[in-house]
Design a protein around this ligand. Structure first.
Ligand code: DP6
Length: 342
């Protein structure tokens, strides 16, 4: 007998960036962050988890390739889910027959892995969600997804999501919360401009460790910039104020990349194409005398543009005009994305 569950989880793109941990084990951030969860139709992870008494050990396959299950992060997620399941069994005196079983996990992304497209976020969110369903755990499990990959906790919810920094030492108050559902701002659109679909140079876990160790700017940012920016961003979202939303998004992306440059030795995630996209967006906005498009970049050169629905054709045409290779190259694609139905 096999019990099995399949879930999908979407990618999220931060507009206030998470960069730096205050606790490596529990994955607790040095600042709060805020993101937009994308719709699942084009960028998502699909994970099937199965449990059976016939399975001899826990195993995992990513995009069809078996991987080691013995990584600290996977073990943490599996361990936390089983601990909660045991607790529930104890409280409810239920049979909990799956508890003694090993699990097999199959996970697939429909987009390039580790290209700075938040694949770990969707991946861990999906893994934790499907394991929670398999073991019958209800309620928020974003604190478990967080321990797989920090940004994953934000993919547990749709729409506009904040990850609170929290103060508790055990991390219990560092969780994801929905600020507003996707329907709150239906005109908002996201363009993902894949500049380079290869693997990124420095992974975010390692990159942010070096930044926290060596950059004075990142400590300043966490203490003096992000707290008020997070409040301003929440207000911009609640007021559907694209001017404020766009400007804060670009400023926060720029400051995150400034902390990467302030890291010693420095980390460069943006390439020449990324910088040209930054200039193009500023020229476009200046031409219109207001913020009509906003860029943000994670730990890689790919641009994510936020804009309003009516401006999508014009911005797509501009991108095709200035970056013609992107239109005809399979590995360089522009995705147009709406917001998800929650
Ligand atoms: C630049 O969540 O991938 O995308 O917690 O070490 O797994 P770990 O890091 P990760 O970092 C994401 C960094 C970012 C900004 C963001 O998504 O907020």
């Amino acid at each position: 007998p096999i019990s099995q569950v399949t879930c999908t989880a979407p990618v999220n793109i931060a507009v206030i960036k998470y960069w730096g941990k205050r606790d490596e084990q529990l994955v607790l951030p040095i600042n709060p962050s805020l993101s937009v969860t994308l719709s699942q139709d084009q960028l998502c992870t699909r994970t099937t988890v199965a449990a059976s008494v016939d399975f001899k050990r826990d195993r995992i396959w990513l995009n069809g390739q078996e991987q080691s299950i013995d990584t600290p992060r996977l073990q943490k997620c599996l361990g936390e889910i089983r601990r909660l399941a045991r607790k529930r069994k104890h409280e409810e005196e239920r049979s909990g027959d799956l508890l003694g079983c090993c699990v097999h996990i199959c996970s697939e992304n429909n987009f390039p892995t580790a290209a700075g497209l938040a694949s770990s976020a969707a991946g861990y969110a999906c893994l934790v969600q499907s394991l929670a369903r398999l073991f019958g755990i209800d309620g928020d499990v974003s604190h478990i997804a967080r321990q797989g990959s920090g940004s994953a906790c934000r993919s547990m919810y749709g729409g506009f999501v904040e990850w609170t920094m929290g103060r508790a030492e055990d991390g219990s108050d560092s969780v994801a919360k929905q600020v507003a559902p996707a329907e709150h701002w239906p005109e908002l659109r996201v363009l993902v401009v894949v500049v380079n679909a290869g693997k990124k140079a420095v992974g975010s876990t390692e990159g942010m460790q070096t930044t926290v160790r060596t950059s004075a700017l990142v400590a300043y940012r966490a203490e003096h910039v992000v707290p008020s920016r997070q409040d301003d961003m929440k207000r911009a979202v609640l007021d559907r104020d694209f001017q404020a939303f766009g400007e804060i998004t670009m400023r926060d992306s720029n400051q995150f990349h400034a902390t990467c440059l302030d890291t010693y030795p420095p980390i460069f995630y943006l390439n020449e194409t990324s910088k040209q996209i930054i200039h193009l967006v500023h020229r476009y906005n200046r031409h219109h005398g207001k913020v009509k498009a906003a860029y943000t970049f994670d730990a890689g050169p790919n641009a994510v543009l936020y804009l309003l629905q009516d401006d999508v054709p014009e911005v797509l045409a501009l991108l095709k005009h200035f970056f013609p290779a992107n239109a005809n190259n399979d590995s360089e694609r522009t995705f147009v994305r709406g917001l998800p139905d929650v």
